[in-house]
Design a binder for this molecule. Structure first.
Ligand code: SF4
Length: 352
């Protein structure tokens, strides 16, 4: 069955419309219940792979709707096993997803936007500007593609998802929540929210909404500096939502969800890696149960920041621990293929 891309993506079509479509083809509403797992669970590429529906209905679905899935444009592999895959979206936009293997887990790092409007100073994605939001279906298609690759290469499926690729997830709130909700349900993959981490620079109103929506995903906040003066220079959105507003929203999130908050902190030599920075960071961390992931800066062309000497990094972590902060130095994965934190950007890394 032929599929063209000028049809609506079926995963994005409201259920009321799908019911109307089924009714027009003389089908009962129970077909919608049958359809959902085929769209969000069974990894199909074409409608004719659906097993429990009549061929006439499958033909009608094929001629009316698009079933989004991705062929990768290109995959690069790091020596540590990390793979970065570029996916071409409708409109000829390219986004990247990363498959990160570890002894006890296989993690997919997914993009939620093509480019990013936030423009953090140390981030390759921020340098490429903003193209558009991804749909929930496009996030799911990345998940499917990376899961297939995980099974092919490692003999098992994905265990964890981090929404930490291109984009600021909370600026695409509706679609991100829909993606999480669908893979979390039994019609999807029953993928536990506890194994999903949403990484954000921190947009207070959406952090509160996330708490109210009870999604129970892990929240990782890209803090990167303990004072407004320093953070304004690294994360421009801090000028709109200063640290005090962010902390107040995180307290709200903790009170509602009782979940430990993770702070992500990229160490930059001479910028945010001093003793005073560590002490100030510890003071922020003590306001609710939290932990800190220290991330080594992964350099890329056109950026002057450098990662600190190992001894400085060690000292920073030691001071945090002395201050009672749960701190982990995150092993950088995929840095030789520009797949590590802050490095995803097809204009910087790969020409397709
Ligand atoms: S760090 Fe995240 S929020 Fe900041 S520019 Fe990069 S992708 Fe956007």
């Amino acid at each position: 069955m032929e599929q063209t891309n000028n049809k609506p993506d079926i995963r994005q079509v409201p259920e009321a419309e799908l019911l109307k479509f089924l009714n027009e083809y003389g089908e009962k509403p129970f077909r919608l219940k049958q359809l959902r797992p085929w769209l969000w669970k069974h990894f199909i590429n074409t409608f004719d792979e659906i097993k429990n529906m009549p061929s006439g209905l499958l033909n009608a679905l094929t001629s009316t709707y698009l079933l989004t899935f991705f062929e990768s444009v290109r995959t690069l592999e790091d020596m540590d096993g990390t793979e970065k895959t570029a996916f071409r979206l409708a409109g000829d936009t390219v986004v990247e997803g990363v498959l990160i293997p570890a002894a006890d887990r296989l993690t997919a790092c997914l993009s939620t936007q093509a480019g990013c409007p936030v423009g953090c100073a140390f981030c390759a994605t921020g340098k490429m500007g903003f193209k558009r939001n991804l749909t929930a279906s496009e996030m799911y298609a990345q998940f499917v593609s990376l899961n297939r690759r995980a099974v092919q290469k490692w003999g098992r499926g994905l265990t964890n998802i981090v929404l930490m690729g291109m984009g600021e997830p909370l600026l695409n709130y509706e679609q991100v929540v829909r993606f999480i909700t669908m893979i979390n349900t039994s019609d999807g993959h029953s993928f536990s929210a506890r194994r999903i981490t949403l990484s954000t620079v921190g947009i207070p109103q959406y952090i509160k909404r996330l708490a109210d929506d009870s999604l129970k995903v892990n929240l990782a906040v890209s803090l990167h500096a303990p004072t407004n003066e320093k953070r304004n220079a690294l994360v421009p959105l801090n000028k709109t939502y200063p640290i005090e507003m962010l902390i107040e929203a995180l307290m709200y999130y903790y009170k509602k969800t009782k979940q430990t908050i993770t702070f992500e902190y990229v160490l930059l030599r001479g910028i945010n890696d001093g003793r005073t920075d560590a002490v100030q960071l510890a003071a922020l961390c003590r306001q609710f149960p939290s932990k800190v992931n220290i991330i080594e800066f992964n350099s890329f062309e056109g950026v002057a920041y450098q990662k600190p000497e190992a001894v400085m990094t060690g000292n920073f972590c030691r001071i945090l621990k002395e201050q009672g902060v749960n701190c982990t130095l995150r092993q950088s994965k995929g840095s030789t293929i520009n797949a590590a934190c802050g490095q995803l950007s097809h204009i910087v890394n790969i020409s397709y």
